[in-house]
Design a protein around this ligand. Sequence first.
Ligand code: PNS
Length: 165
Amino acid sequence: MSIAVCPGSFDPITLGHLDIVRRARRMFDVVVVGVARNASKNALLTPAERVELARTALAEDPATADVQVAEVPGLLVDFCRQVRAVAVVKGLRGGADFDSELPMALMNRHLTGGSTGIETVFVPGDPGYAHVASSLVKDVARFGGPIDDLVPPGVADAVHAALAR
Ligand code: PNS
């Protein structure tokens, strides 16, 4: 049984994320979405909120209904070992994503001992979502713009509530 982890901040989960998880699920028997902490970002939503929003969104689509969602409490590679993942799946919207993802993939490879470790699989994102980034979604929402067509149902309300706190 092949197990993959789709990691990310998911602050919040977007339609672009859902596309990548759906496609990861076609490649692997089991997919676990890992809601992790990116030390270079200040999260708007709490980890519990991000987990819950991802869980709800994935449960609504039959193609991802069996995908599990969990918080990654520390290093991604430790989480991957814990769930016995053979791969980390990440989406790439373009070259900028590759530039930021490659060092992380190489660091994870280093931490898992090189060739015997967990492989990172890059999936080219759907071009229709190339502009959809959680950071931009929050920015649009912060200044009163519409985000309902960029995120799964319920997420826009959660973002607006978090912005109002
Ligand atoms: O959605 P993001 O912010 O691009 O995802 C990056 C994330 C959260 C997957 C990455 O920062 C991560 O793996 N964080 C967990 C802690 C860790 O393992 N850090 C070392 C990564 S090389």
